[in-house]
Write a protein of this length. Sequence first.
Length: 211
Amino acid sequence: MVLESHPDHTDYNAIDSALFIDDDGKAYLYWGSYWTGLKAVEVDPKTGKPFRYAPGELKIPADYIAVASRPDSSIEASYVIRRGKYYYLFVSWGTTLDGTQSSYHIAVGRSESPLGPFVAKDDRRMDQGGGTVIMRSTEAWKGTGHNGFFRTTQEGKNKGDWLIFHAYDAQDGRRGRLTQIRPLYWDELDWPILGEILDVPFEKFDFSTKR
């Protein structure tokens, strides 16, 4: 057991965990869905567990902090990456279980600390409801969200960052949530911009096309 939640004892829901390991070897765990939002705590990289727990029978971290919230509580799926001096917290807002009527979409904020505060482009803090939306439903795809991330590092034209998430086909929601992979670009101020769906063999993709 790493940590747990209980509606009578915690203000968080212990799901959607994501682990981030920094360049210095320190490790951080992010989690939470709805309730009062997303939480984070530094963990022991040797065990994956918080260094200290609060007194009591439940496994509740002693010093976790709030990193993101929403006025309507519809937030989950935290994922943190580092680029240069910034740490980026990706989250999903809205609902994901309503088929093509789902309102899921992806937002992001950044900080110079892995524990925040994370802020949006407009400087609004994510722990106060802020966030910059980088992906929302389109005519073709509905309920876009719950992202992961990977970075290709081998030298070549397809070296870069990628976002993975799920969405419903607007024309056939019965297929369920489908996985998409898209290139992730960065603007001159180091904010992420999501590209189009990967539609060629991976090794043939060229980041310089910016599509």
